[in-house]
Design a protein around this ligand. Structure first.
Ligand code: AMP
Ligand code: FE
Ligand code: FE
Ligand code: ZN
Length: 283
């Protein structure tokens, strides 16, 4: 059986394994194909490619911070982008802007916490991100160090990063993101589209519009979907002629999910690779 996990994070964003450790862990876990999909960055690609064990195919990707502006307030969502050209100027500029905003936003969150007497600092949080895309899990790490919460999950509760100290990111318009991914030769797959545990989700009619705008697939099997939500997303993909994927969304010790906990079928994977023209699968 081919084991394909198309959504994994490294220290280039909010995962806890370095890109080299990530690909080795994927191989050890018995994966045949693994995608590196850090938030808003391709910063882990080179290290992952250099460390790729023979026998593991590496798909280079990213997870883009997006928003649907069709309702008020707009709904944030994540778009996976696979095998795009990292040098394509428009998409590269979008990613750079998202990362800069992530820094400013994290610094604002730290300031809000400090104003309430929480003893963490921006240099500390920035240090945890270690040059990668900064995210709330890095602030969670500082809250854990300060003894205020025990786990990342606790730090995402509404009294901390979930609501009280929440500052929104400057996300990309989702239609512009799909367009930019395609223009860079990539393939766009909507990450965990029905994950109500993460907050508001978009209606199916938006997914219909995105499919018409060039969306290629939907991530159906994901730990944040119930069994019913997985079936619903799968059926929607089928109805719209989109591929359905499954993946772990591995984040190392920032989450409990294991590599390969969910997988993608070989035919869906083959369609993604065949549709991409930016960079090749490595392996
Ligand atoms: P951010 O991208 O900065 O808004 O932070 C959200 C990220 O934190 C997502 O990519 C999640 O994968 C990660 N995360 C880890 N634990 C949690 C949690 N309990 N709730 C929400 N997000 C979480
Ligand atoms: Fe994350
Ligand atoms: Fe995500
Ligand atoms: Zn993810």
């Amino acid at each position: 059986m081919t084991r394909i996990d198309l959504h994994c994070h490294s220290t280039a964003s909010d995962g806890t394994l370095t890109p080299a450790e990530l690909v080795r862990a994927g191989f050890e876990a018995g994966l045949d194909v693994m995608a590196i999909t850090d938030h808003d960055t391709t910063g882990g690609w080179a290290e992952a490619a250099a460390a790729r064990p023979p026998g593991l195919t590496l798909i280079r990707g990213a997870e883009l911070s997006c928003r649907w502006y069709g309702v008020e307030p707009a709904i944030p969502l994540h778009m996976l982008a696979y095998l795009f050209d990292p040098e394509e100027p428009a998409l590269a500029a979008d990613l750079a802007r998202l990362r800069t905003d992530r820094e400013q936003r994290a610094e604002q969150i730290v300031e809000l916490l400090r104003a309430d007497g929480v003893d963490i600092s921006w240099p500390e949080v920035h240090g945890y991100a270690a040059g990668g895309s900064v995210g709330r899990p890095h602030i969670a790490q500082a809250l854990i160090r300060a003894g205020l919460v025990r786990t990342t999950d606790e730090a995402f509760a509404s009294r901390w990063l979930g609501a009280r100290y929440f500052v929104p990111k400057a996300d990309l318009d989702v239609f512009e993101a799909v367009q930019a991914i395609r223009a860079a030769g990539g393939v766009a797959v909507f990450a965990h589209p029905n994950a109500t545990v993460r907050g508001r989700i978009v209606p199916d009619k938006l997914i219909v519009e995105l499919a018409a705008a060039g969306l290629f697939g939907l991530e159906a099997d994901h730990e944040d979907h119930t069994v019913e939500q997985r079936a619903h997303v799968r059926a929607l993909a089928e109805r719209l002629g989109l591929v359905a994927t499954g993946s772990s969304d591995f984040h190392g010790s920032h989450k409990t999910v294991r590599l390969g906990a969910f997988g993608t079928a070989p035919d869906a994977y083959a369609k993604i690779v065949a549709a991409a023209t930016g960079v090749p699968a490595l392996g």
